[in-house]
Design a protein around this ligand. Structure first.
Ligand SMILES: [Fe+2]
Ligand SMILES: [Fe+2]
Length: 256
């Protein structure tokens, strides 16, 4: 993986971040939709860059020892996540609510991440990003609010970068040297389905009350997962082909 490419990406992405128009006039919204949206935003403020806002797997020191280059990228990645929480906090305020300190689903998520370690955690976060990106896309489509749409634009832009960062990490074998075959693809779809269903249980009320449908939600993250799987495989093939073309230390002086 080209680390400089990603360091430059995060540096570039940190600039040119147009703040959503938090003073935009409020559009009428039904009381039940308002309450459901507020609850959803409060949970996302905590879950998307709130709380520890870092890798928390219990083997993190070992992981950084094995992958020293990742430390800087992980720092940059989570700096963006913290910004998401700040944006969501402003959205919560705009809708007349207060930030929440905890939620059962977030506590379960953090405990599982801690216990199962960084490699699991990176996959769990990737799947959360794929399914959350789908949530933000639907929120941008259906929320009758200019500020929320502006917030979603920024977060979707960042999350798309994060998903691509994981794609490069996995394709370049930084995550381990395993095949991206049918088993891996099936596992990705099953885990994405579980992650998406968890998200849907907590946020269905908000999205449905704004006009989204269950089918739209499930189709959305299924397509995002399929895209991720395909592009990651292609990236791996490309990297492998490049490696085969480059002369290795072993054969560079070989007499042909
Ligand atoms: Fe995020
Ligand atoms: Fe992210």
């Amino acid at each position: 993986m080209n680390l400089d490419t990603w360091i430059n990406h995060f540096a570039r992405n940190g600039k040119n971040r147009p703040e959503p128009n938090w003073n935009a006039p409020h559009q009428p919204i039904a009381p039940n939709a308002h309450a459901a949206l507020l609850s959803s935003l409060q949970q996302f403020e905590l879950g998307d860059g709130g709380g520890p806002a870092y890798l928390i797997g219990r083997d993190l020191p070992n992981y950084f020892e094995d992958h020293p280059d990742m430390k800087q990228l992980v720092d940059l990645w989570f700096t963006e996540e913290e910004r998401h929480s700040q944006l969501l906090g402003k959205a919560v305020k705009r809708f007349g609510g207060k930030s929440i300190e905890g939620h059962w689903s977030f506590s379960v998520f953090c405990n599982v991440r801690k216990f199962l370690g960084v490699k699991f955690e990176l996959y769990a976060l990737l799947l959360t990003e794929i399914t959350s990106n789908n949530y933000y896309k639907l929120l941008r489509k259906y929320a009758p609010d200019e500020a929320i749409k502006g917030m979603c634009d920024l977060i979707i832009r960042d999350e798309t970068g994060h998903i691509n960062f994981h794609r490069d990490r996995i394709a370049s074998r930084m995550d381990g040297d395993y095949r991206l075959g049918v088993f891996w693809a099936t596992k990705m779809h099953v885990l994405a389905f579980l992650a998406g269903t968890m998200l849907w249980i907590n946020h269905r009320k908000a999205l449905v009350s704004l006009g989204a449908s269950t089918r739209e939600f499930y189709n959305g993250f299924r397509d995002e997962t399929a895209r991720f799987v395909n592009v990651t495989r292609k990236r791996r093939e490309k990297l492998d082909a490049k490696q085969q073309l480059a002369p290795s230390d072993k054969n560079i002086n070989e007499v042909v």
